[in-house]
Design a protein around this ligand. Sequence first.
Ligand SMILES: Nc1ncnc2c1ncn2[C@@H]1O[C@H](COP(=O)(O)OP(=O)(O)OP(=O)(O)O)[C@@H](O)[C@H]1O
Ligand SMILES: [Mg+2]
Length: 469
Amino acid sequence: MKILVADDEKLLRSSLLEIFANWGYEGCPAKDGQAAIQLLSAQKFDLAIIDIRMPGIGGMDLLQKIRAMDANLPVIMMTAYPSVDTAVMAMKYGAMDFYSKPLDLAKLKTELERYSSADHARKKNTGAKALSFLDGESPVMEELRANIKRIAPTNAPVIVSGESGTGKELIVRNIHALSKRSCKVMLDQNCAAIPDTLLESEIFGHEKGAFTGAEARKPGLIERAEGGTIFLDEIGDMDIRLQAKLLRVLQDGDYRRLGGSECLKADVRIIAATNKNLLDKIAKGEFREDLYYRLSVICIHAPPLRDRKEDIPVLANKFATEFALRYGKEPPGIDKDLLLLLMRQRWPGNVRELRNCMERAVIFSDGNKIGLEHIPSQYKIQNHNMEVLPLPSLPDNLAPDSEAKTASEKRDSGTILSGARKNLEKHMLLEALKQSDGNRTKTAEILGIHRRTLYYKLKKYGMLENDNS
Ligand SMILES: Nc1ncnc2c1ncn2[C@@H]1O[C@H](COP(=O)(O)OP(=O)(O)OP(=O)(O)O)[C@@H](O)[C@H]1O
Ligand SMILES: [Mg+2]
């Protein structure tokens, strides 16, 4: 197991390396955040242990940076100045644990041992393939990943839209990680979470005495993320007055700290996300049209999960593995019936809801298989959250019990069964087309598949002759 050790104290660095070597792990030292980022982008690590207070890029920023580069790398944070706030923040950014200095070596040793055996299990189960970032095999997800690659290297602002839980934040982190700014930090701010004045001071910074309690000058996000990216989440909730200030940054690159007169130059890429319809907000006079057009040079839409049901088996398996490792279990298989049921849900909370559902299932399962009995009953009763029609068939390679099939069963599934399935699928397509008077968008909606998937299927069955939509 290879461990990155980032700490500005030379003595601590070298003693940790020595201790790790004694425990049989390979340690690799980084004297600050910058050095850590360089190492991480050049080599593969199994774990990182990071000091919070370091000059330049501090531990907390480094942690966020790591999350953008590798969602799965386990990170342990350590500090000589522990506080509840920093511990909470570390957990929020996905740290595996939080240690105060001096380190409790016995605890660390146990934790590393536990992790390295789980890591071994993970490698065994996922092969050499690194867990990819934005998972999903639907055509829309493929297109989304291709678009991200295309737009990441530009400096253009981006706006990411989509319902709650569709992966907007993950998309933003991917864009930054693949951009030329990835060696600098990405800082984020949720515009709905705090009052307007505070938001202004967070983004633009403030001068000493700008408001009661402003005891010293504080640099804002734009200043702290210089050369990097800022991610403004829930931009639709930003106060209209602040919107004007942001527009100025986008247009001229100029801004002032709150209570300050000095005009500062911004060097940040701005990426925003929203789960609201900004055009509606513009119509209501709550969002500036000019800001919208500046921000939306590039728009990316994260489609709801119900429009890309093909992604559900992949995601369900990914989350099952992730949580099994977190809870110290062997990664389980998922029963085929359960997968089919999951594919029939409407998932109003999208990928996040599926993830939570799988976490619960992993906790409740005790064997090495997750089945119908491990998910909450709300998913099992026919309700408005469930599609009435059966769904696109499960890809054979994803059916977890496909290996268990006998040779003759396999032969059957290649002939009679798959023939029947095709007939059924054709029949469903025709029915849905009839119901929607041939309107493809509606047909896709009825079937709960993406429009493009529908197109492929129609093409596959030679049903595209009357091409009128
Ligand atoms: N394609 C994907 N592959 C793997 N994990 C995903 C994918 N999409 C979303 N997730 C996971 O689902 C959860 C929700 O995603 P995220 O926080 O990015 O959603 P969001 O659109 O920002 O939601 P909200 O609008 O509520 O802020 C996260 O745990 C994220 O890692
Ligand atoms: Mg979000």
